[in-house]
Write a protein of this length. Sequence first.
Length: 79
Amino acid sequence: MSWVTGAAVYFIIWWLVLFMVLPWGIKPISHADVAKGHAPSAPQRPHLVLKMAVTSLVAAILWAGVYVIIDFGLISFRD
């Protein structure tokens, strides 16, 4: 796998994992605390930095698995 392919695979895995991690621990703001102009469904503390760190770690582990599968030819789509 070339570095460009590896980066592209990591990028795709990272985004997929991010969308899986985003809903973790979300608590909406109570209706009494909503400021004017804000959505009542907005989370109190989204913890985005923590979620991006978790996403990067999980994506790196998954990417390593994909790398091993492709590089060692465990699954091949070629003849």
